[in-house]
Every structure is written in C-alpha cells, then in structure tokens.
Design a protein around this ligand. Structure first.
Ligand code: GLV
Length: 308
C-alpha cells in the first residue's frame, strides 16, 4: 500500500506519524517533482496545491488532516468521484468545547468589563446575570457542535442548535432552515458559529443577521472566517448593538497586521488554535477507515456538493 502525506507546515511530523500508524505501507511525503512516477493508493493531506490531484490519479481515497474540507473542495482539481474523509471528532470536539466555554464565561462573568476596568484602575462590581438569560445559539451541529452544546448545557445555559437537518439532542432546542435561524438569532445572547465554509454559509452572519441578535450579545467563531462579514461585525460592535466577540478563524489567515479588529478591546483574537488536530487520535481513525475501505466497507465520506 502506498500512502502520500502532505502538510505545508508540519509535513515531517505527519509523515513520521503516518509511517508509525501504517508500519507495512510505503509512506512518502509528497514533493511534486519526485512523485510523477509514484502514484499512491491513499493520501493523508492538508491544503495541498491543485497540482496534487492532477498528478495523483490512482488514489482510492483521501483523508483530510482536519475537520474543515473547504481547502479540498474549493481546489477545482479534486475529482468528483474520489471519496474524501474528514476527521470526525477524535478529541477536537473537546478542545472546541473548552474554547467556547472560555469565551462564554469571559463575557457572562463580565471579564471583558473587568479587563477594561483594570486598565482604567477602577474597582467596580457587577451583578451576575441568571444563566437562563444567556441562551447560547450554536450554528452547526455536527460532532463538534453537539459536544459544545452538551458542555455549555451542562453548565446550566439554555442551548439552541441550528443545523441543515434538525437533530434530536437531549437538552438542546434543535432548529433548522430560515425560520429556525431567525428564532435562534432572536434568542441567543451568545452566538457560536461552528459552520463550515460552503456556498450556503459564506457571509451568513452579515449586518442583517447580526442585527437580529438581542442587544449586548456576543459572537464566538470557531468554524470558518468567511461565514462572517467582518465589516458588518465591526459596525454592530461600534454601534453598541453587540458587546464583543471571540474569533479564532478568518477569511485570510494570518489576519492582516493592520486589521482594525486587532486593536479592538472588545474582541479577543486567537490564531486558529481552538481545535488543533491531535495527530495520533486522527491516525487511529484513518487506520480504521483504510481497513474498512480495504474490506469493502466505506466509512462516511463528505458530500462534495454540500461542501462538508
Ligand atoms: C481546523 O480548522 C480544521 O478544519 O480541522
């Protein structure tokens, strides 16, 4: 079995981890010039260039080293009939739950105000709200969204979850469609986006939708950056309609050094660290998936027309 590995930033680590996980396979790091005559059966990749699929024409399946598959689906050269598998959980749901919980508690317990007060050398106490007044609306209820819903619900916050198809999740008000979105926006003090980047989600959070949130609401984005119209977000923050935001992902990463949000004291910016891939756990899933494929049992592949 021949396996190719590609990861622009972290190739050595991934290649040696794949070698360890597949001790009987011939594993190589993809370098375009060196692989013309070396066509692999499987690929374990992250953000390859378009030429990868033009060259690698014998692949049986592709494994994405993360959850979001936008960089593959948007390539243009990805063959329509080539099965693509994304990571399903593998511990990233726990990382994301921690990230969202941090952001939620930051705003709910007024740490944004206390940070500002500290820089103003001001001793002033604020009352603690009822958790029931801080409904958390989660956009995207896949493996990660469900885990986040469970975590914040366990803390006592009401949760509404929006997904393309309605899900039954204990303790979560599950909604879908335009009406469901409208309902969620109207009631969410904290809006959490865990949406993938697809034609249906791009700029979904714009002036019109953000203004539907209650006054003083906050946004946490751990999904993909292009779901948010950043100018609209800045406007609703400036107008005082929204209180703050915690953003981990951006349409262009790294976020431009001159972007005004860097200096906005009501915004927490993190460099796409909410839920990194735990490589060993990811490879356990990939090894099991390859074994399934070899035995004629296809694991759940992504739907390229939906983009996730
Ligand atoms: C990270 O952004 C991922 O898609 O796994």
């Amino acid at each position: 079995m021949k396996i190719l590995v590609y990861n622009r930033k972290n190739s050595e680590v991934w290649t040696s981890a794949v070698r360890k996980a597949f001790p009987d396979a011939d594993v190589r790091h993809w370098v375009e010039e060196e692989c013309h005559d070396w066509l692999a059966d499987y690929a374990v990749i992250w953000q390859p260039p378009a030429s990868f699929f033009l060259q690698q024409t014998q692949l049986k399946a592709v494994f994405n080293q993360g959850v979001g598959v936008d960089s593959l689906v948007n390539l243009g050269s990805l063959p329509v009939d080539l099965p693509v598998f994304k990571l399903r959980g593998v511990g990233m749901e726990e990382y994301m739950s921690d990230y969202v919980t941090y952001g939620l508690l930051h705003f709910y317990r007024d740490f944004d105000l206390y940070r500002q007060q500290q820089s103003d050398v001001l001793w002033q106490q604020h009352n603690i709200d009822q958790k029931s007044d801080w409904t958390v609306g989660i956009l995207g209820m896949g493996v990660i969204g469900k885990a986040v819903a469970k975590a914040v619900s366990a803390l006592g916050f009401p949760v509404i979850g929006w997904s393309r198809t309605e899900k039954q999740i204990e303790g979560v008000e599950s909604v879908s469609g335009d009406e469901g979105l409208e309902h969620l926006l109207k009631h969410s003090r904290v809006l959490v986006s865990l949406l993938p980047s697809t034609p249906a989600t791009r700029k979904l959070l714009n002036q019109k939708t953000l203004e539907k949130l209650p006054r003083d609401s906050v946004l946490i984005n751990g999904g993909r950056g292009d779901v948010i119209d950043m100018e609209a977000l800045q406007q609703v923050l400036e107008s005082g309609h929204m209180r703050g935001a915690m953003l981990d992902v951006f349409e262009v990463e790294p976020l431009d050094k001159n972007h005004p949000l860097w200096k906005n004291s009501r915004v927490i910016i993190t460099p796409h660290i909410a839920a990194p891939t735990p490589i060993e756990q990811a490879l356990e899933q990939i090894v099991a998936d390859v074994a399934g494929i070899e035995q004629g049992e296809m694991p759940p592949a992504i739907d390229k027309s939906l983009g996730y």
